[in-house]
Design a protein around this ligand. Structure first.
Ligand code: PLP
Length: 450
């Protein structure tokens, strides 16, 4: 008689995996997850894992927040689905747009909804292209982003992403231009201070703008802290220096706050943590505390006015997704904003971030193979190095960070290998004892691998 197949086998046989190291999965199997409690998830064998990855940065209120689940249930009972087009829109979506403008750094503005962060970046690019065309500058199409940034996976947002792996798709598309990443520890030159490094990046940005022609550039997109590129906070004064250059050339600055928004850096927005006001904000993930797929483009006053004027002329903006402004997503987002901002979750991040930094710093100091600790709020990375003094990376088939993450998984801690870094971005509900559990397991894993 045929044996029933294991969950792991069924997962591998019928699912086509993305963003997964396949040799590792073939060897180790898939963790098939059934449920969660607070910051923990459980697999089909009943094993518990502390998910210091917050799912994918997004499950900020943990995996079973009752207030959010109740908000979803109530809205499913009341009105389970609708769009936001043809002159119709759910009441929840109206309220969410008001709330998003109220909590944004803008005194006024407008919101457009998508299902994901990738689509929100795509939408913003299309808005900029549309503006160029309507304002008599159809050549204004080039998009500037940074090397090592992450903006998503659609053809446009993957072209914005500054990672070499998109070459397998023949990306980036023409007109997507990458400039330097503000990672001082890695890219600062011998004898260069952090301030000089920032000034060099601003100079290099201006050189690119001059080379390409300012009148061909539609916008500059940046994550306040680069997330999936390995948690890279900006070098000192970075956003002030580049915003000065962008303003001089009339190029909008778009903050991709998909990870940083709603508390991850300890404030509502990453741009508040780094003290700049962008022209628009891209939001997703934390927007619904990961409990509904939703993204938003939040336009500041100038872009909102220009887009309004451009649309008036042709009477319709021909763009949108079936589930744009979904009422259940909107209801969950309204509740999530309240939970994160008013029920102490963002405060928890602010209060415990120094403890997290201190604990990780002590781990780094006790290890011979960590070159840099970097981060802010509840997003941190430890960079593994063969020789921290010379910043020499490890080499080998399976990256050392992958081996550390696999060892952590075996011990019941989920963390993410990104390049040579180990990334820790726990849910905002993480308590002090749970943080200690994270430190203990991480250090044991480092000791096993090094
Ligand atoms: N932008 C940033 C900064 C992200 O980190 C991500 C996802 O990790 C995205 C955009 C894409 O979002 P999504 O995966 O929802 O398409």
């Amino acid at each position: 008689m045929a044996q029933p197949q294991s969950w792991e086998k069924r997962a591998e046989e019928y699912s086509f995996y993305g963003f997964t190291d396949l040799p590792s999965v073939h060897q180790r199997g898939t963790v098939v997850v059934t449920h969660g409690e607070g910051p923990y998830i459980f697999d089909t064998n009943g094993k518990r894992y502390l998910d210091a990855n917050s799912g994918l940065w997004n499950m900020v209120a943990g995996f079973d927040h009752q207030g959010l689940i109740e908000a979803a249930k109530a809205q499913y009972d009341r009105f389970p689905g609708y769009h936001a087009f043809f002159g119709r829109m759910s009441d929840q979506t109206v309220m969410l747009s008001e709330k998003l403008i109220e909590v944004s750094p803008f005194e006024r503005g407008k919101v457009f909804y998508t299902n994901s962060g990738s689509e929100a970046n795509d939408t913003m690019v299309k808005m900029l292209w549309f503006l160029g065309g309507s304002e008599g500058q159809p050549q204004k199409r080039k998009i500037l982003t940074r090397w090592n940034s992450y903006h998503g996976v659609t053809a446009v947002s993957a072209s914005m992403t500054g990672k070499p792996y998109n070459e397998v798709f023949g990306l980036p598309l023409d007109g997507f231009i990458h400039v330097g990443s503000p990672h001082y520890w890695r890219f600062g030159e011998e004898g260069e201070t952090e301030e000089q490094f920032t000034a060099r990046l601003a100079r290099e940005l201006e050189e690119v703008i001059t080379r390409e022609g300012a009148d061909t550039i539609a916008g500059f997109f940046a994550e306040p802290v680069i997330g999936a590129g390995g948690v890279i906070p900006p070098s000192k004064g970075y956003f002030q220096a580049i915003q000065k250059v962008l303003k001089k050339h009339g190029i909008p600055l778009i903050a991709d706050e998909v990870i940083c928004g709603f508390g991850r850096t300890g404030n509502t927005w990453g741009c508040q943590t780094y003290d700049f006001i962008p022209d628009a904000i891209i939001s997703s993930k934390n927007l619904t505390a990961g409990m509904f797929p939703m993204g938003a483009v939040i336009l500041g006053p100038e872009l909102a006015d220009r887009l309004d004027a451009a649309v008036e002329a042709i009477e319709e903006f021909p763009h949108g997704f079936t589930a744009s402004g979904h009422p259940v997503g909107s209801a969950i987002a309204l509740k999530a904003i309240d939970v994160v901002m008013n029920e102490g979750l963002a405060d928890n991040v602010k209060r415990l971030a120094p403890r997290m930094e201190q604990g990780l710093r002590e781990i780094m100091e006790r290890s011979n193979h960590i070159g840099e600790l970097r981060g802010v709020g509840y997003m941190w990375a430890l960079e593994a190095c063969l020789d921290p003094a010379t910043k020499t990376p490890f080499d080998g088939d399976l990256s050392v960070s992958e081996r550390i993450a696999n060892t952590c998984t075996d011990m019941g801690l989920i963390c993410r290998p990104l390049g040579q870094s180990i990334v820790l971005c726990p849910p905002f509900v993480l308590t002090e004892p749970q943080m200690d559990e994270m430190f203990d397991k991480l250090e044991q894993a480092l000791n096993k691998v090094f």
